[in-house]
Design a protein around this ligand. Structure first.
Ligand code: ATP
Ligand code: MG
Length: 247
């Protein structure tokens, strides 16, 4: 879908940019989404544009959390829908989770465009349009969620989430898995499972771990979660960025 030779040293990054541009053209991604992408790219460059070992451990813990959850929900915004629509549907299938569209700058038009885009990539049900519940502590538009979706979820995957909303969800007692390339963002800081990795690599890798763990007992899944240290994961990512340390 884009004319970038695969041999180009920044192939993946250019492809990603192209998908975000296309998302904006299709009315899926907001213009602020372009800025968020730029912030992410800078961190990814410093991380070496690869999944560092501590991020892989976080992705395994994320898979275990989603498999153990009673009601897992994957939250999707305009950047997520543009970058990994098929991969989100695959993860939802692997862990039996619901998909809910959740926008920082919510417009009905963009909600519909994203839901349609996800269905075109294989989703059979997309939540978020009912908006019949609220997240306490946020202003009206930003608080909207589905009663039988994020409101009722025990474990939520929130990629590229706004800091306030991530904090409000944690406040509600949800177990949050955050995917965010900034190890110091407030979203990363409030996450039970902070995944400091590009969503392009993170989502397929969580799915791979989930498939590997599909037949694991609840005890084994719990062990995976207990062995994971979120503070260490945040520290490892920051060391990698500051010093190029391999964590
Ligand atoms: P804070 O979380 O500190 O409140 P914010 O939510 O206002 O900050 P935004 O720019 O809205 O900051 O959030 C975008 C976040 O998403 C940034 O932290 C950025 O690093 C991250 N990000 C952007 N693109 C990607 C991507 N492709 N994969 C993973 N993370 C990304
Ligand atoms: Mg943030």
């Amino acid at each position: 879908d884009v004319d970038v030779p695969e041999s180009h040293p920044r192939y993946e990054s250019l492809l990603t940019r192209h998908r975000i541009e296309e998302g904006v053209e299709k009315g899926i991604t907001s213009r602020q989404g372009l800025i968020a992408q730029g912030r992410g790219e800078a961190f990814d460059y410093l991380l070496g544009e690869e999944t560092i070992p501590s991020a892989d451990r976080a992705e395994r813990a994320a898979a275990a959390q989603l498999l153990l959850a009673e009601k897992p929900v994957l939250s999707v915004n305009g950047n997520v829908a543009a970058l990994v629509p098929k991969e989100i549907v695959e993860l939802a299938e692997a862990v039996d989770a619901d998909i809910e569209v959740n926008l920082f700058n919510r417009t009905e038009q963009r909600m519909e465009a994203i839901a349609t885009h996800l269905r075109e990539h294989g989703a059979d049900e997309v939540k978020g349009l009912a908006a019949d519940a609220r997240i306490p502590g946020l202003d009206h538009e930003r608080a909207k969620v589905d009663a039988d979706g994020i409101r009722a979820a025990d474990v939520v995957l929130v990629p590229l989430e706004d800091g306030d909303r991530a904090a409000a969800l944690a406040e509600m007692g949800k177990t949050e898995i955050v995917i965010d390339l900034n190890p110091r963002s407030r979203s990363t800081e409030v996450a039970a499972v902070p995944v400091v990795d590009n969503i392009i690599r993170a989502v397929p890798n969580i799915t791979r771990h989930a498939r590997e763990l599909a037949d694991a007992t609840p005890e084994t899944l719990t062990e995976q979660i207990e062995h994971f240290d979120p503070d260490e994961a945040r520290r490892d990512a920051e060391h990698r960025i500051r010093d190029g340390d391999l964590a």
